[in-house]
Every structure is written in structure tokens, then in C-alpha cells.
Ligand binder design. Structure first.
Ligand code: BG6
Length: 479
């Protein structure tokens, strides 16, 4: 029977824009996350042109990790974290993206954060671009639709690889790079591709998305090459959102539609692990006459910059059906979704499917033959603080328990190789999708509401003590 790695990296994950706050301190520039307002499950967040007065932008304060990082990392150490996944805000290092010199205040901030991790033997796991790029690059260059942005990104990553050479060994180039396939969502287009939607037709949106994706993939491959040249011990991964697309029924049309959806969502990982576009994507570009700037040089770079591991997030599965008005089996984001009658849902309507997690880990291993790193998993839920400051989040413990069980079965019974597991939002943070603080994921409660009102005091939830036991027993004690 296979076993968990001896040094299995148990930990937790956050992202700069969702946790740090201090959006304009330390000479930080405005990022795309800073121009998105709050929303709710039934009220989409709004994107504004620049930061406007009288609008509430929840990422401006977030959980105020910027001023609480010492306390926060001490709490993670108390749970015996082996690793901590976070991202570096590009705008702290290059406030406008095209600056000549990096910003020393920003570099120093992360150096201090990593020092704090080292103090407790916590391995940092760093994402370069987690739904965050300098807003200036969006307005001035059109975000990732512009090839020039590759060179700005590479300058950013090179500065970080060099500065943190002795502090960080695990890196990821782009968070959930494949989420931009949801190009019918304005938020997704901005967060992943740095594109502000104006009056684009559907076809133009799709074209822009694929072009932006290509430049990101080239940037990612070159970043891998730079990172390995600076320190051959660097482990550099891609990061994809893994949401398996189930067919609604055994009707061949449903099955084929689900296969097409999988191809459209996961070709990114093909490029990042195998170094080339899958045949189905090449055919899709040609068949749909999608104009693409892909050079021979790019293709060489993709081949020379394959990743060391596949980082992934898993929250839920998705079920889709074939529709008569879509006879070409096009994958049009979430429009083909149907409710899976076998699964319960979270308060935010996300299906809960622990077996889908094991299915996903198998699927990724069968396709990419690389070690996996589970860098996000978890349940967003409302928490209630009792009068004695305790928080009984058994729903969170139940969700995580079932998913960890599935992960261990995938390792022991299916031979999947996993580097570590970092549940999402280990410290409460602002939800990316809805901009709400009340959609909480953490083991550590942060006292702030959806309008950023609160003491920002940290409290330990029941899951805090439970997860410590899980780590101490290397996943054996799940109760
Ligand atoms: C992932 C992202 O998509 O899901 C995170 O990498 C995000 O940034 C997480 O927060 C959960 O989604 P949400 O919308 O509940 O914040």
C-alpha cells in the first residue's frame, strides 16, 4: 500500500489581494483587485474604471494581514503547519508594472513574512499571479492581450526568484490559469486575463481570452526556465482549477459534451506539463478561425519550460448537459450547468462531492504523470461567534474530513503522488467571487464584516484544534 510522503506538506493557503489589505501602503500601486466592489451570491461584484470615491472595495482592507502577519503566522505555527501558501502582490514589487526599479518596501515586506515562516520551519509556497496584476498594465497595455506584458511579468518573477532564493523553494506561476475559459464572466476576464470588457462580441471575447492565455502560458514557461536557472532546487508548478465536468446522463451527447468541456478547461495543463498544445485545441483554433499570435519561438519556450508539479484547487464537481441549441458541443462556460441530484450544496450553492476529489486526483495523474500539490480545497460558510468567543464550525470539519479521506484513498489505493495539502483561506479572507467576508473558509476567524467593520481580532475556531490533530497524526486522526 502506498503511503503519504514522510514530509507531507500540511498547511493552508491565502492570496495577497484577499488577505493583506493595506492596498496603498508601502508604495503599493493599485491592482485589478482594487477596482472591484463588493457583491453577494445574488449580486455580482462591479468593476470600476480606476478607484472611485463613495464605492466600497473590500480588498482595500481585506483581513489586514499586512499589519497582522506576525500574529497570523504564529497561529499557523500553533497548528503545526508545515507550509503556508501565499501570493506576492505584483503591485507591491512593481507598483505600475512597467517601473524601471522594484519597490524596496514591497520586497522587504515579503522578506519579513518569509523570515517569520522560517522561524517556525514553515515552508512558503508562493504564487506569482493570483488574480492580481497592476491596474496600470490593464489601462495602458490591455492586460495580457499585449505581448509586452510578458516582459514585465518576467522582470517581476526574476526579481523575486533572486531576492528570495534562500527563503522560497516552491513556486506557482499563475493561479487557476484555466478559469479564463469562463469568458462570459467579466470578473473572470479581468482577474485572469487583465481584460476590461467594453463592447466586445462573443467571438472577440473568446479570441482575446485565448490570446491572453497564450501569452500567459509563454510567460509561465519562461518563468520556469528563469527559476530553474537561478536555483535548480526550485520546484515550480502550474496551478489549475480542477472542477470535473460530469455528463448529466449516459446519453452519448451528454457524455461527449462533458468531454468537450474537459478539453476546453484543461488544455492549459497539457501545455504547462507536456510543453505543447493538444491536438484538439489546435483544431479548435483552426476550425473556428480564431486569430492567434503563436510563434515558433513561443513553441520552443513552451517545450523548454514545463513545470515540476501540478498545483490544483478543488471545491466541487460540475454537471453539464447537451442542449439542442448547441449542436456543435461548444463549451460556453457555466451556461450548460445543471444541478446534480445526488449532491448536497453549500450555503453558496456549490455542490459538495468528496468522491469527485478522488476522481480528480486520479484524472490529473493519468493525464499529466506529475506529482500533485493540492493548494486549495474548502467550504465557504457563515460562522457564528458564541458569547465566549468560541466558533463551532462542525460543517467545515465535516467537509474537510471527507475530502482528506478521499485524498488519502487516492494516495493509498490509487497510487497518486501528492506533495501536500493546503486548504483555502486558512485565515478568513474576502471571497473572490462575491467580495464578502462572511463567506468564510478559515480555521482562524477574523473579526470584520462585509463592509470591513470590526476589530480585526483573530479567534480560533473548533476546526483550528481539529486540523492541528490531523497534522500531528499525518492524516490518521480525522475525528
Ligand atoms: C479559487 C481562488 O477560485 O477559489 C480563490 O483561487 C477563491 O482566490 C476561492 O477565493 C474560493 O472562491 P470564492 O469565490 O468563494 O472566494
Amino acid at each position: 500500500m502506498n503511503k503519504l510522503r514522510k514530509v507531507f506538506l500540511w498547511g493552508g493557503a491565502v492570496a495577497a489581494n484577499q488577505v493583506e489589505g493595506a492596498w496603498n501602503e508601502g508604495n503599493k500601486g493599485p491592482s485589478i483587485a482594487d477596482v472591484v466592489t463588493e457583491g453577494a451570491a445574488d449580486r455580482p461584484r462591479k468593476i470600476t474604471r480606476g478607484v472611485q470615491k463613495n464605492k466600497y472595495y473590500p480588498m482595500h482592507q481585506a483581513s489586514d494581514f499586512y499589519h497582522h502577519y506576525k500574529e497570523d503566522i504564529r497561529l499557523l505555527a500553533e497548528m503545526h503547519f508545515k507550509c503556508f501558501r501565499l501570493s506576492i502582490a505584483w503591485t507591491r514589487i512593481f507598483p505600475n508594472g512597467d517601473d524601471k526599479e522594484p519597490n524596496e518596501d514591497g520586497l522587504k515586506f515579503y522578506e519579513n513574512v518569509f523570515k517569520e515562516c522560517q522561524k517556525y520551519n514553515i515552508e512558503p509556497v508562493v504564487t506569482f499571479s493570483h488574480f492580481e496584476m497592476p491596474y496600470n498594465l490593464v489601462e495602458k497595455y490591455g492586460g495580457w492581450t499585449n505581448r509586452q506584458v510578458i516582459k514585465f511579468y518576467l522582470k517581476f518573477v526574476e526579481v523575486c526568484f533572486s531576492r528570495y532564493e534562500n527563503q522560497v523553494h516552491y513556486w506557482m506561476t499563475f493561479n487557476e490559469i484555466n478559469n479564463q475559459t469562463d469568458y462570459n464572466s467579466d470578473l473572470s476576464m479581468l482577474a485572469d486575463s487583465g481584460i476590461l470588457i467594453n463592447d466586445l462580441s462573443d467571438k472577440e471575447r473568446e479570441e482575446e481570452m485565448y490570446q491572453a492565455s497564450h501569452y500567459e502560458l509563454v510567460a509561465s514557461a519562461k518563468a520556469v526556465q528563469i527559476g530553474h536557472a537561478i536555483n535548480p532546487d526550485n520546484q515550480i508548478g502550474c496551478m489549475i482549477n480542477m472542477t470535473p465536468q460530469y455528463p448529466y446522463s449516459c446519453k452519448p451527447e451528454d457524455i461527449f459534451q462533458a468531454q468537450k468541456a474537459m478539453q476546453r478547461r484543461y488544455w492549459f495543463a497539457d501545455v504547462q506539463t507536456l510543453g505543447k498544445y493538444p491536438r484538439n485545441m489546435e483544431a479548435y483554433f483552426e476550425e473556428n478561425r480564431l486569430r492567434q499570435d503563436i510563434t515558433d519561438r513561443d513553441r520552443k519556450d513552451l517545450l523548454n519550460g514545463t513545470v515540476d508539479f501540478v498545483g490544483l484547487s478543488y471545491y466541487n464537481s460540475n454537471t453539464i448537459e447537451f442542449r439542442e441549441d448547441n449542436p456543435d458541443f461548444k463549451f460556453v462556460g457555466t451556461e450548460l450547468n445543471v444541478k446534480n441530484p445526488y449532491l448536497k450544496q453549500t450555503q453558496w450553492g456549490w455542490p459538495v462531492d468528496p468522491l469527485g476529489f478522488r476522481y480528480s486526483l486520479n484524472w490529473l495523474t493519468d493525464h499529466y504523470h506529475k506529482p500533485l500539490f493540492i493548494v486549495e480545497n474548502g467550504i465557504g460558510a457563515k460562522d457564528k461567534v458564541e458569547s465566549n468567543n468560541s466558533i463551532h464550525d462542525d460543517y467545515r470539519i465535516n467537509y474537510l474530513r471527507e475530502h482528506i479521506k478521499s485524498m488519502i484513498e487516492a494516495i493509498e489505493q490509487d497510487g497518486v503522488d501528492i506533495i501536500g495539502y493546503t486548504p483555502w483561506g486558512c485565515i478568513d479572507l474576502v471571497s473572490m467571487g462575491t467580495g464578502q467576508m462572511s463567506k468564510r473558509y478559515g480555521f482562524i476567524y477574523v473579526d470584520s464584516d462585509d463592509k470591513g467593520v470590526g476589530s480585526f481580532k483573530r479567534l480560533k475556531k473548533d476546526s483550528f484544534y481539529w486540523y492541528k490533530k490531523v497534522i500531528d497524526s499525518n492524516g490518521k486522526d480525522l475525528f
